[in-house]
Design a protein around this ligand. Structure first.
Ligand code: ZN
Length: 178
């Protein structure tokens, strides 16, 4: 990685840390939110063997538009059109209700670009790990199981591009709470 690429990655980490600074995950410990996008980058690079910088930067930024005040224009200006397009692809349309949002992820999966598939795989891997090991405190067993099954339906729609990440997902899916 050259200096310019390293600089972009570190800027994305600092940007996401700033944007998510007041947010916490829903687990018992209320972990800092930034742990989640950083976990995605870790999965992509160290478990999936992904080396595409735009995919890794997009993973770090993937929840900024959805969960903070960040606009696509801001991402575009600082990180470029390619990164912005990937982040927008994995951003839920929050004008839909929760159920419609979940269905939309299933319906859209097969249309995602290759880099967006990598981010989506890493996101689902990290979320399943959290639901298996550190679930939100108010989630019943049935809700945790339903989350696993929904995540699998999303991932089943985008298979074929990332065998390593898909194998990681399948291994995590086998931890489905019972
Ligand atoms: Zn996420």
């Amino acid at each position: 990685m050259n200096r310019e690429e390293l600089s972009l990655l570190v800027e994305a980490i600092a940007f996401a840390a700033h944007k998510h600074k007041d947010q916490r995950r829903k687990d018992e410990a209320a972990s800092p939110y930034i742990n989640h996008p950083l976990a995605l980058a870790d999965v992509l690079v160290n478990e999936g063997g992904v080396t595409d910088l735009n995919s890794i930067v997009a993973a770090v930024l993937h929840d900024t538009i959805e969960d903070t005040e960040t606009t696509p224009e801001e991402i575009d200006a600082r990180f470029g059109a390619t990164v912005c397009a990937i982040v927008e692809e994995v951003t839920d349309d929050k004008t839909l209700g929760r159920q419609a949002c979940k269905q939309a992820q299933i319906d859209k999966a097969h249309r995602l670009s290759r880099p967006a598939r990598a981010v989506k795989l890493a996101d689902k891997i990290c979320n399943l790990r959290d639901v298996a090991d550190n679930p939100p405190t108010d989630w019943t067993l049935a809700r945790r199981q339903a989350y696993f099954d929904w995540a699998k339906r999303v991932i089943d729609g985008l298979r074929g591009e990332y065998p390593e990440l898909e194998a990681v997902f399948d291994a995590v899916y086998r931890q489905r709470p019972a």
